[in-house]
Write a protein that binds this ligand. Sequence first.
Ligand code: GLN
Length: 480
Amino acid sequence: HVLKARNLNPLFNALISSRTPEGIIGEATEAETRHTKGHAKSQIDGKTIVIKDNICTTDLPTTCGSAMLKGYVSPIEATVVKSLRENGAIVLGKANMDEFGMGSHSIYSHFGPVKRPPTNYLDDAPRSAGGSSGGSAAAVAADMCFASLGTDTGGSVRAPAAYTGTVGFKPSYGRLSRFGVIPYANSLDTVGILAKSVDDVASVFRAIDHPDSKDPTNLTKKSRSRIQALAEAYQVKRRKRRLRIGVPVEYNLAELHLPLRSAWKSTISHLIAQGHTVHAVSLPTTQHALQAYYILAPAEASSNLAKYDGVRYGHRADKDWSDDGVLYANTRGEGFGAEVKRRILLGNYSLSASAMDNYFLKAQSLRRLVIQDFNRAFAFTNPLTSGNEAEEEVTRPEQETVDVFLTPTTLSPAPELEHVINNTSPIDSYVNDVLTVPASLAGIPAISVPVKMLDDVVGMQIIGQFGDEDGVLEVAKMVE
Ligand code: GLN
């Protein structure tokens, strides 16, 4: 991996920074000794991991792909990184990304675009590695590391996985600590894992899935045991019958490219052949999820990014900063890229007094409806609302509910990078998130699994109820 990371990185621009080969090899040798002595710290002891550059590490800079944080080294280490290291994993480097996680193709990075490692010999022009965790996905696809961490706010782990032919998992909101993860939109940000197989992803997940009092939105030990007990009870019941797989009818969009449609159909046939049943289910609010997401995410971002003022962090403009307000304006003018500025403006607008009721509050109501859609459909009652009568939804008859949903991850296979850079408007890029944002708004687990098509690879998404990561991983293994 160390050699590959060094030799291949100039081709794909997957890493922004990496540790010295000596450091990595030293740790690998120690891990090997532990393995031979039978004292391995965990399943991932000695495995190399790449970390998205918005997750803080004390030994490498954390830039968020932005000029604003170029060279910034955090004094704290993210809990997820700390847990990886305690489990013996070796941090190899930091992954390139869309600035502050905003984007779908990893082209909005101050450090240049990520290129997808070719998935077949017929690839002519470089393709998009997806975004915003494109560097994390490319590093796995190019075999530069065993696994990588990304962040998924609206699809940023799943879409890059789909484009690069890797597995990308976004667990339920609150399972993986966000302490030390630089926020884009707090209520949606989720740490995710990319690797070559579902088992590899699961091994990393198990190592970092634990409570963390440093992150107030992280699930406590008590809620975790309650959720786990409910999930296990449901799984015991579920195993006594066939698996019911939902196909949300609203995801069958005219814009869905043929390879995705074919992969969807063949995956459905494959699951039916294994004895499971497939059901068309309506998730009516899904069609509004995208609009809600693009109001809520920029609103939270505009607030989060206010702290980059030239005083506390990173970049500071050096001209004319003695005048009132000029330091702030110049610093932000120079430090942020065009897409980040667009999101800040959008967010400030939808939070402004005259627009708040029509945009931000409406989007929040829509978010509730998206959650209700999912709650009505799943056989497993949402553990966050179960036991709370006021919140508990009127569910469908048991036989009309489903265990998981199966959908494509993206609308198309990886587009050509050239095309994305020159002929794609921001709105076109936003539209591509339509299949991933509903699970983000609902905070529920979702995974993208690669399915090989004739001359390319596409991603199939499995979405499960909150807390049912086991169910999602189990079905992912059937599809992989
Ligand atoms: N493409 C989406 C956005 O730009 C999702 C990004 C993400 O999940 N970080 O907001």
